[in-house]
Each structure stands twice: as C-alpha cells, then as structure tokens.
Design a protein around this ligand. Structure first.
Ligand code: FES
Length: 601
C-alpha cells in the first residue's frame, strides 16, 4: 500500500484490502481513501502501520457481562499475536450479551448481536476479524453474523470460570445454582446456607463452569467445526494458557487474512455434522440445537440440508462419552485437565468426517495427526472411549406427534427418572410464566407426580425469545414429598445446566395460532415415548382443529396478516422480532437473515 500512489489521480486503486475496502461512500474512491486515512491517523497510526493487513477485534467487554471480564487482557494478548506476525489490530465494540442481565431474554438479543456483528464486520475496512465470544448467546450470534458477512474470521472465547467451594464441596454455575435453589425450596437447606453459597457459585470471571451450559457446548462445537485450536474451548479464563491461546489466535488471524480463508469456504456440511456429533457425545446443551440450526441456515451451501432429524439420526449412533455436570459429575476444569477437546476428538475419530477443512488450511484429520495425543485417555472417568460409554446413544432426542408436528427436543441423558421417558399423564397447563409463578406452589393445585406439566407462551414469539423457563419447578407440595422429576413440556428452552424429563422447543409454538400446544387444556392426556420418538395428546384431529378455530376468532387483523402469530408489540426491535422470528426448528432466526432471506423481503 504505497501511500503516495494513493494520492496520484492517474493511478487506479488496484487492490481492495486494508483501508481500501468499501470506498464508495463519497462517490470518489480516491477522495474516500484520502479522508479515511486522515481520520485513522488521528489514532496515531503511521503509513507503515496502515500498510499491514488490518485485523478487526470485536471488543465485547461490558460491565454487565462478567463472563467477558477478561476481554481487556485477551485483547492485549491478541494484539501481541497480531503485531508479532505483521498485522495491524483495530478493536471495535459490538453488542455484548450476558444471560442474567438481558431482559426479556438473552435469546431475544442474539439476533440483534448477529446483525450488529455482520454489519460492522461488513461495513468497516478489515482483512479479517477476531470474534471474542463467551457467554451463551455471543458465540452463536457471532457465527451467524460472520457466516453471512463471509469475511475471514477467527473466533476465540473468554474461557470457563474456576469452580468455587462451600464447606468443602465444589460448586459451579449454573447447575449448582439450580440444585441448591431447589434444595432451599424443598426446605433441605436454610437461608444462611443459600446466602453463603451465593458468593461461591461464580468465584471468578469467565463463562459458566459446567460443560453442558450453552457457552461451553458452543465453544466445543466451534472447535469441532475447525474454527478454533483444540485447547481454545477449555483453557480457564483466568489462566496463562488462555492468554497464550489469544496470542496464537492473533497470529492465526494474520494468516487467515493473508490467505483470505472465509467461513463459507471452510465450513461444509461435514463440518456441521462433526459439530453435531460432538454435541451428542458430550450430552451438550439443548440450546445448541437451536443455535446450530440458525448458524447452518445462514450458510448458502448447507442451509436446509441439515434439519432436526439430522440431530436425531446422529444421536442414535453417537454414545455419550463425556461425564460432566449435569449429565455427569465433573466440572469444566476437569475436562480441560483430562485433555479437553483433543481427547474427545481422539475418542470420536471413527465417527468424524476427518476430511472436513479447518481454519488452519489443514483438514481435521491432518490437525489431529499433527498434534498426536499420546495420553488418551488422561482420565477414563471424564472422557470415555467408544467401547465403554456412559450411555450407548442419543443424548439429545427429537420427538414428534400431534402435540409437536414440527418437532421438539428432549435431553434424555439429563432425565432423572428413566421410567418417565415412557409416560402418559394428565396435563396441568400454565398459560404463561406469570400464571406459572402464581399457581405452581398453590397447595390447591390439582397435580400429582404422574401429571404432565405444560407451560405455554414461552416460544420464540411468545415471551419473546424462548426464555430458559422450560425446567418448570416441581410443585412445592410434591417436592416436599420427595418428588424430584416429572414430565414437563413447553415451547421454550432450558439452561444447559438444568436437568430432568423436560421436553423443549415444541413447534409450532403456542403463540402460533395453529399450534396444538396452544390448545392443550388441563386434564388432556399426554403421552411421551422417547424410544418411539413420540409426543402426543389424546385428542382427535377434529377436536384439535375445533379448538384452533375457536382460538382464531380472538385474533386481531395485524396478527392475522403476519402468519397468524399472537403478537404483543408492534413497534421497534420487539415489533420486528415478533413479526419476523422463525420457529425453533429453523433456529429462531429472523426469516430475512437466513441464507434464503432475500425471498421473504
Ligand atoms: Fe455467561 Fe453462563 S452466564 S456463560
């Protein structure tokens, strides 16, 4: 990038890298570049700096996001890696989302972050972009946006927090948050215990410390997709290893910028099948099913070729190998110390597409060969071999039937009472989360341990953003009798750290007027049979249609025009969200952002 040539009006701008990208703003490319250089020099950058490949870094640090507390240190290490390898690092902010501080739900903001990430990568002149994700929705949002923008990208995550300790017992967010709160509700621990536990559940910055949270599931899947180094998912947030991963990521970004390896080229159908295999083998978060479908449906060459049924098919042939909370007993740091993703990929070798490309330019098989894992397994207790799995198959199962014609998901490996995987019982229906909060602990609630708890209106449109309310609490009068698990059904999601016999993501959701879930009433008999992949309500087709017609008479005209959705808001982002979000089996993305989004606008 000779700067003098840039000002010579007779010399064309022959390359479109670095600052020369996207110069149409003023109708005169040379003037636009002249202005751009004038402004960037205000940051103290020399012509020499500006002649290097520009590596953008998404700064997702936020005071409201403790899972990203180490982002400033990571940026320092990323910059070191970039500058040592001849690039120029320029950081910029994007939306940052934390689970606990995002109302109405973090999922509601995922698509906003995906749009922000896509548009800012696209708009600003960079040759590659490093995406700093971590907390649950951030990695999916960044992958969705960057696949659509298709500029070269390199993801990194903030890494897991350390476990805490209370009276000699290890604790980790968020499985232990839920289990201890349930114990407090049941009167098993007192107010002093629950109060002192509170200070130990999240003892350091970083993402949640149980593997099966969405944050870690997505981090591990990103490794399986070939986009991050093997140890990048598991190195703890507060470790020096995490900083070395960042330095390596900075160096990799310069290389990716030079080679212009783009996500739509690196990622193929096989890459995603590998991701799903890893998801099943670790009994990962059910949320990852929704996120992966959203990511896949952004990819023009893969969209539509992988569906919910693909997850189920892979699950039937993939044993559960990883013993971590909540399916198992261990924490993320244990998985890291047992070899982490390198160990798991070694165990899964026969089930993986080893010819899938990775961000390094080598195939997954070549990367595994280049980094022999001599110690497998460091711990059979945490990463099991294919010959001795924790469970022979199907961690995540897809069920269908007249209650979920477009599918629903259950994490069979997290079920606490196996008998419930084949169960019939009368429905106890809650119309929404407010109704649930009001009645669930009412001593007069007509419920028994054989009832099936149904929660409506927590789907993509319903709440909106599919809150993680799918793990309905056991009614207090039953939990005091020692009932630990019941069949629970909703159109919402649940945290990866939650467990129980819980059917999620029922589609169509109850906010769609033709949803069978939306017309279920107290006392309707519901049957779940996981082995047969069945979720049914004992109602005839005529009765279902009659109830749907009855419901339809109350629908306003605008909702009728928008595909018969029960919308609550009409303006702003919320109006956009409720009118354009698609259903869970498509990823709960905006219909106009998917690979075939052009067809709906
Ligand atoms: Fe951020 Fe768990 S709340 S990863």
């Amino acid at each position: 990038h000779s700067s003098l040539r840039d000002y010579d009006l007779s010399v064309p701008l022959e390359s479109r890298t670095g600052l020369r990208q996207g110069l149409a703003s003023y109708g005169d490319d040379k003037f636009s570049l002249f202005l751009r250089k004038a402004f960037i020099k205000a940051a103290g950058l020399s012509d020499d700096s500006l002649s290097r490949p520009i590596i953008g870094i998404t700064n997702t640090h936020s005071g409201f996001n403790p899972c990203h507390a180490n982002v400033p240190q990571l940026i320092e290490a990323l910059k070191r890696g970039i500058h040592l390898h001849g690039g120029l690092a320029i950081e910029f902010p994007t939306v940052s989302i934390h689970e606990s501080f995002s109302s109405p739900t973090s999922m509601y903001l995922r698509n906003l972050m995906a749009m922000d990430t896509e548009e800012m990568i696209q708009a600003q002149p960079m040759d590659a972009c490093i995406l700093i994700g971590g907390c649950d929705k951030t990695v999916p949002a960044q992958l969705m946006g960057s696949i659509s923008s298709n500029k070269p990208i390199v993801p990194i995550v903030t890494g897991p927090m350390m476990p805490g300790s209370h009276r000699g017992v290890r604790l980790g967010a968020c499985t232990d948050c839920r289990s201890n709160w349930a114990a407090y509700r049941a009167g098993e621990i007192d107010i002093e215990d629950i109060s002192s536990l509170n200070a130990e559940l999240v003892p350091t910055g970083g993402t949640c410390g149980v593997m099966l949270r969405t944050c870690f599931t997505m981090a591990c899947i990103t490794v399986a997709l070939g986009l991050m180094p093997f140890n990048s998912a598991t190195a703890p947030a507060v470790s020096s290893a995490r900083l070395r991963v960042a330095e390596e990521t900075g160096a990799r970004a310069v290389e990716v910028a030079m080679s212009q390896r783009r996500p739509q080229t690196i990622l193929t159908r096989e890459s995603f099948l590998n991701g799903i295999t890893v998801l099943q083998a670790m009994g990962g978060s059910t949320n990852a099913v929704v996120h992966l479908l959203a990511i896949i449906n952004r990819h023009p060459a893969v969209a539509g070729s992988i569906t919910l049924d693909t997850f189920d098919e892979i699950g039937r042939n993939t044993p559960l190998l990883v013993d971590l909370k909540p399916s198992g007993d261990n924490y993320m740091t244990d998985f890291h110390n047992a070899g982490g993703m390198r160990a798991l990929l070694e165990a899964l070798r026969p089930l993986l597409y080893l010819n899938a490309m990775t961000i390094s330019g080598k195939t997954l098989g070549e990367e595994l060969d280049a980094q022999p894992f001599k110690g497998f397994p460091y711990s059979y207790e945490i990463v099991r071999p294919l010959s001795d799995p924790l469970h022979p198959n199907s961690s995540l199962v897809v069920v269908r039937g007249n209650l979920a014609p477009q599918g629903a998901v259950i994490k069979a490996s997290a079920c606490k009472e196996r008998r419930l995987l084949s169960h019939s019982g009368p429905a106890v229906v809650f119309a929404n989360t407010a109704d649930l909060a009001e009645r669930i602990d009412d001593p007069a609630l007509q419920v028994s341990k054989d009832s099936v708890l149904v929660l409506q209106s927590i789907g993509p449109i319903g709440h909106p953003g599919m809150p993680e309310a799918g793990m309905l609490p056991i009614p207090q009068k039953l939990s005091k009798e020692g009932v630990k698990d019941m069949v629970r059904i909703s159109d919402g999601r649940m945290s990866g750290s939650a467990g129980g016999t819980i059917v999620l993501h029922v589609s169509p959701e109850s906010a769609m007027i033709d949803s069978p879930l939306g017309i279920v009433r107290d006392g309707d008999m519901i049957r779940l049979d996981v082995e047969k992949r069945l979720l049914e309500v004992a109602l005839s087709g005529e009765e279902i249609q009659r109830r749907i017609r009855e419901r339809e008479t109350n629908l306003d005209e605008r909702s009728r025009q928008l595909g018969k959705r029960v919308m609550t808001k009409k303006r702003g982002y919320r109006g956009l969200y409720e009118s354009r979000v698609n259903q869970a089996e498509l990823g709960a993305d905006f219909d106009f952002l998917t690979a075939d989004g052009a067809e709906v606008l």
